[in-house]
Design a protein around this ligand. Structure first.
Ligand code: URA
Length: 249
């Protein structure tokens, strides 16, 4: 459906409709590569609209949670042609969604996908300290004093320390109860952070699953399945930002 350019721009969050008209008249806006100054210009979803050379997002924001299986890459495409998390959405979701943050190839669990750059920023910026909870099967049984090191923050590599984490031993597993199942909540997003933390106390991870991300979990969602977020879940995610702003007031 074609609509007036200024309406589409305002809808995409560029500015108010009146301010968008001014941008158009002042020559800041291109449609499919050409500057457009006529306020009567109509566009549709297939048109490429740029404001000062930045592409605007014409799509309605959409939000999904996937229970990612292991053996799938958290990326929009893979040069090695491995299966990506987007393959689960092919032919079912037309919006240009992408994963928020990442899970390793061999990690399973809760992964949010959206086309909403604002939410992506909110959930991945370290200042918002979004909780992520993992269950890890580790080699051996960590002692309480080892887990305390993770609770306080531990050196992962030169000049890199993990922030304090919530950690508990859930149970002992394996034929002879020789291994541990650990639940761990972190609010950072360093690369391979959980694996590095547990390696740092000499209990390497054999299996890793993210059971929750912010207020979202994969309860009732089979591995490899996804669902749209509920209105309330979306509202709660945006609320996290207000809570952070409240902390600073
Ligand atoms: N930490 C890891 O080590 N791997 C993940 O996939 C996520 C967090």
């Amino acid at each position: 459906m074609s609509e007036r350019l200024q309406k589409v721009m305002a809808h995409a969050g560029v500015a108010s409709r009146r301010a968008c008209e001014k941008l158009i008249e002042a020559g800041h806006v291109r449609v499919n590569g050409s500057v457009v100054t006529n306020l009567g210009t109509k566009v549709d979803e297939t048109d490429r609209i740029e404001v000062d050379h930045t592409l605007i997002n014409q799509e309605e924001p959409v939000y999904f949670i996937l229970n990612k299986p292991k053996g799938v890459i958290t990326s929009v495409e893979d040069e090695k042609k491995r299966k990506t998390v987007l393959d689960f959405f092919k032919h079912k979701v037309n919006e240009r969604i992408y994963p928020v943050g990442r899970l390793d190839y061999d990690t399973s669990g809760a992964l949010l996908l959206t086309n909403d750059g604002k939410l992506d920023y909110l959930l991945t910026h370290p200042k918002f300290e979004i909780d992520k909870t993992y269950v890890a099967k580790v080699e051996g049984i960590p002692s309480e004093s080892e887990l305390d090191k993770l609770r306080k923050g531990i050196r992962l590599e030169k000049n890199v320390k993990s922030a304090p984490a919530d950690v508990k031993l859930l149970k002992k597993v394996g034929e002879n109860e020789q291994d541990g199942l650990i639940e761990l909540t972190i609010h950072e997003g360093k690369n391979h952070e959980v694996k590095k933390m547990l390696q740092a106390i000499n209990h390497p991870v054999h299996k890793l699953k993210r059971i929750s991300f912010a207020n979202l979990n994969v309860d009732g969602l089979e591995v490899g399945k996804w669902r749209p977020l509920r209105k309330r879940e979306i509202r709660d995610l945006f609320e996290l930002q207000n809570q952070e702003n409240g902390k600073n007031n």
